[in-house]
Design a protein around this ligand. Structure first.
Ligand code: 2HA
Ligand code: ZN
Length: 271
């Protein structure tokens, strides 16, 4: 069996967390990532019959029974994942009861998965129904996206429209727009259920005055979604208190979406 630390999915997790930390989006223990793995790829590195310990998840994830995930640990810092993956990450399988995580590797200091596991697993369930290729959910606190939450109306149509206006490629990268939840208590099953409901419709969900969730087929794509929102939010924050002289018109956004053949939220355009 090969060394787990050389597994592409472990290396991708360490590279992504290090990158996000460096961008300043994941201060202290902020942010978490979950990544659905294929059994065959896990088996190349781990004996899947050797469960180290079991950890209750606190909710039932029927459609994820038998599925494998690599997930960042609760209370752990993105800053530290690269130099100590075994303490900061864990790989587990959802047991037959649907409510227990069977730990196969990681959380070596006795820790466990992120406190946001309900939002992650419920989002996986919601996205897999819409897109069977979905494998990644990322939560983060990107600086300008968060800043924008304080000065822009938290309305899905208006917020998405503003982001689409900020960079030409936005409507092409996230044509489905951005879902928004009001401020809610984090770490709970309730915010998990609300996030998953939005994930039926959006790959990006803002948690009002907290951060963002993104979902996608792989880490690069999911990171790229959040990165594009963050770039647009940065342009917005750099320009919002100056007179707007130019903007991308709705007709131009429509032209972009049609040229690139993306199925966009037509109801999020004004005219
Ligand atoms: O896990 O970001 O939302 C740290 C957080 C909580
Ligand atoms: Zn958070």
């Amino acid at each position: 069996m090969k060394n787990i630390l050389t597994a592409p999915f472990v290396r991708e997790m360490t590279a992504t967390t290090a990158n996000m930390y460096r961008l300043g989006w994941d201060e202290r223990n902020g942010g978490n990532i979950s990544y659905l793995l294929e059994e065959a790829e896990v088996k190349r590195y781990l004996n899947v019959n050797k469960v180290i310990r079991t950890i209750p998840t606190g909710f039932r994830a029927e459609s994820l029974i038998g599925k494998y995930f690599i997930v960042t640990g609760t209370g752990k810092y993105f800053k530290n994942v690269e130099k100590d993956p075994a303490n900061n990450l864990g790989i587990f399988r959802i047991a037959n009861d649907g409510e227990t995580a069977e730990l196969l590797w990681g959380y070596a200091d006795g820790g466990k998965f992120t406190s946001e596991l309900p939002a992650h697993l419920m989002s996986h369930m919601a996205r897999l129904k819409v897109d069977p290729q979905n494998r990644v959910v990322i939560h983060s606190h990107p600086t300008y996206t968060l800043a924008m939450n304080y000065v822009h109306e938290l309305d899905e149509k208006k917020f998405t429209h503003t982001l689409w206006e900020m960079c030409t490629e936005c409507i092409v990268v996230f044509p489905d727009g951005v879902g928004i939840l009001p401020w809610m208590l984090c770490g709970t099953n309730s915010i998990g259920e609300a996030t998953a409901k939005k994930m039926e419709e959006f790959r990006l969900v803002i948690w009002g005055m907290h951060g963002i969730y993104g979902a996608g087929k792989n880490l690069d794509e999911t990171f790229g979604l959040i990165e594009t929102v963050e770039k647009a939010a940065q342009i917005y924050m750099l320009t919002c208190n100056r007179p707007r002289v130019n903007t991308i018109q709705d007709s131009e956004m429509r032209e972009l979406a049609e040229y690139f053949g993306v199925d966009y939220r037509k109801d999020f355009l004004n005219n």
